[in-house]
Design a protein around this ligand. Structure first.
Ligand SMILES: [Cu+2]
Length: 417
């Protein structure tokens, strides 16, 4: 009797589980702006679909996760895992008229389309944010059935299930979609996001992106006059070890203990690609001896985040600097331009227990940044001679693209008259 009571619920649970898995095993973009009849003012803005439902501001984004290639500044191509933005497929003004049509095409649009840096997530304090992640197959490694997640590094989640650390929350398998929900109440700042599945591997492979929560007063970093700015730029420090990437392309084993980053980059590009304001051209991948693979060369750019910084003399620049490098700590300098630290790790740079207290802002020539850290840095260009300055790592051995010239982790700050 007792045994029977246990068996019946277990059988029902299995039935429910199979029912759920088949219902989720297709692309499904969950977005109140497109699903809720009460949604008003639906627009594309900040890379999201945004609207209002009952007075609540909503933002939605849809990404795929899979594999692809990135072009490094020495002309090499590197195998990557990554995220790909498909939000633009949806109405309003998307390629497809209806949400169902777009849902149907997402899985093919996401093939071999991994981006590095990942699509920038730009949301605002007090929004409700719905982020759908759909996992597509690995084209180059069809034998890998890795799940993926999104982890908002440093952000307090609405629920632990959306944390993305797969052992304490959940991850999503290939062919399935999961919509993460974030209640962005009162925590503006510069964050970052990454996949948390086998994190050392998937992060080294490129599943890394800029994430920032704009303050309610989005002319400031932290809703205070002394954190005001005119222009803002997200700059993410990442770096690749090409031997590790090659091993992941070539059926492993992965050299974790020997990980050596020799492509130091801003936003997934080495200098001089950092100053190209456009998407880099799609990689022209050719795989020796695997002719059948050549017919599925990537057709979409995998590097869409430039890092050239421009301002007019007199303006204040906000650099949203973060690092998701998996090996090294980097020293970043602007070559003599004063950097004022107004935020650290997505918090205003003063005592949290004394928010009205004296700012602890510091003006420095350089900052040291390790993986998982972020800085909000203001550059006040008042009185600075117009011209071209550089933002770069002063670890001079890292000013290279795999020991080649041009200078890896470097970009330009152009101050116009
Ligand atoms: Cu992953």
């Amino acid at each position: 009797m007792k045994k029977g009571l246990i068996i019946i619920p277990a059988f029902l649970l299995m039935f429910i589980a199979f029912g759920l898995s088949s219902a989720q095993a297709h692309v499904f973009f969950q977005c109140p702006c497109l699903d809720d009849p009460a949604a008003t003012g639906v627009v594309k803005a900040h890379g999201n679909i945004e609207c209002s439902v009952g007075g609540q501001s909503i933002a939605c984004k849809h990404m795929t996760a899979g594999d692809g290639f990135a072009t490094t500044a020495d002309g090499s191509e590197t195998y990557i895992f990554g995220f790909h933005d498909v939000t633009n497929l949806y109405p309003p003004n998307g390629v497809y008229a209806t949400k169902d049509e777009a849902d149907a095409i997402v899985s093919t649009d996401g093939l071999l389309a991994a981006e590095t840096s990942a699509p920038t997530i730009n949301v605002q304090e007090n929004q409700d944010f719905y982020l759908t992640l759909s996992i597509v197959p690995m084209v180059i490694r069809p034998d890998l059935f890795d799940p993926h997640t999104v982890h908002f590094h440093g952000y307090p989640n609405a629920s632990a299930i959306f944390d993305g650390e797969p052992m304490s929350s959940i991850s999503t398998n290939q062919g399935a979609s999961l919509t993460y929900y974030y209640n962005l109440t009162g925590r503006p700042g510069t964050y970052m996001y990454h996949c948390h599945v086998e994190a050392s591997e998937h992060m080294q492979m490129g599943m890394l992106g800029n994430l920032f929560v704009r303050a309610a007063d989005d002319t400031t970093a932290y809703n205070t006059a002394d954190t005001g700015f005119d222009v803002e730029y997200p700059i993410q420090v990442i770096s690749f070890d090409p031997k590790f990437h090659q091993a992941d392309q070539d059926i492993q084993p992965l050299p974790f203990a020997e990980m050596l980053d020799v492509y130091p980059m801003f936003n997934g590009r080495g200098y001089p690609d950092t100053i190209n304001p456009n998407d880099l051209p799609p990689p022209q991948q050719k795989i020796d001896g695997r002719a059948s693979i050549e017919t599925i060369s990537p057709t979409q750019s995998s590097q869409k985040v430039p890092s050239r910084i421009t301002a007019t003399a007199g303006q204040t620049i906000l650099l949203r600097l973060s690092s998701l490098a998996t090996v090294d700590i980097y020293t970043i300098t602007a070559g003599g331009l004063p950097l004022q630290i107004v935020g650290k790790d997505a918090r205003i740079y003063k005592g949290q227990s004394n928010p009205a207290g004296t700012p602890l802002f510091q003006t420095v020539n350089s900052v040291n940044i390790g993986g998982g850290e972020s800085f909000d840095l203001l550059i006040d260009t008042t009185g600075i001679a117009p011209g071209t300055y550089f933002l770069y790592t002063s670890n001079l051995n890292e000013l290279a693209n795999n020991l080649q010239e041009f200078g890896g982790m470097m970009t330009e700050i152009v101050i116009a008259p």
